[in-house]
Write a protein that binds this ligand. Sequence first.
Ligand code: EPU
Length: 347
Amino acid sequence: MNFQENVPLAPLTTFKVGGPARFLVEAASHAEVAGTVQFARAQSLPLFVLGGGSNLVISDAGWPGVVLKVAIAGMEERSENGKVLFEMGAGVEWDKFVARAVARNCSGIECLSGIPGSVGGTPVQNVGAYGQEVAETIESVLALDMKDGQIRELCNEACGFNYRTSIFNTSERGRYIILRVTYALEPGGVPRVHYADLKRYFVGRDAPTLAETRDAVRRIRAGKGMLITPGDEDCRSAGSFFKNPVLSPGQFDDLASRAAAKNLQIPSYPALDAQKKVSAAWLVEHSGFSRGHGHGPVGISRKHALAIVNRGAATAADIVAFKDEIQERVEDLWGIRLQPEPVFVGF
Ligand code: EPU
């Protein structure tokens, strides 16, 4: 078991902020995960489970207890009922799995190409992009239940998936440590080209293959600073910083009349309409925080209004202060309180 003391956490995240962990343990097996949980309990130290570090804001004080980095490897593949089941260790890099699935000509996650992070993190926030979300293809999740120390297999329904939520980040937050995720993909399946950006990319061209779709998604993401590209400070972020708010009809009417009073039209298109969401990026941009907006060491990405970026020397406090300012301004102008999407650790 790889066990270290006083380890800076910033380098383990895409945001590159945050103080040290008192202990950092890299666990490569189910037994090592269980051993780390026991160690934290025995020492009465709080435990935090780290995956790919792509959706986190870690406080400047760091984590006073044990950070467990899940490093469980493994990719197994078998055919069952016309599907190909991929059993993936929680520590596998997500995009490596997508590349493998596409290379095996299996569809279902091609639109989720280029997303940073590890497989184990994907069920937690029901990762979604470009017209797909993992809730559609996750067959089951194997997890250590910290309530009783048992390893349990949760079927898709038991995970309670919704927009950017599951039981793992809501009702059962902190209860499970995800060890393995089984995906059921469609062999020889056709790629899903539903999302406006993707349709635009392929306009006037033949129906794309899975590999072409993967390539297109990665290019579109790169154009928005949502693909980790070394040296590009616009991707020193946690991806989308706010969720797209889901509005009631009354809230929507209120927003529409505020927009009309400013001669503005709220963007509307199928992907948002289907879930009664409005674009958080639009709200941010129309509250004075345009792309490239600088605020000392923090700012808004030059490529997408929804990403707060660390321009190099930001602290977690800088990010939180900027987040508060955005939330307040958006609420003042539009009557909507934006909810952050990343997980805040050690605050
Ligand atoms: N828009 C702006 N300004 C911008 C960018 C976008 O006004 O700077 C408006 C436009 O009207 C645009 C609309 O927002 O058409 C939607 O933008 P986009 O297609 O980029 O999607 P998003 O709703 O901002 C969501 C996810 C992303 C995911 C993309 C693509 C959330 C919070 N974010 O972003 O997920 O990649 O769709 O499907 O649901 C993430 O969760 O970290 C993430 C990157």
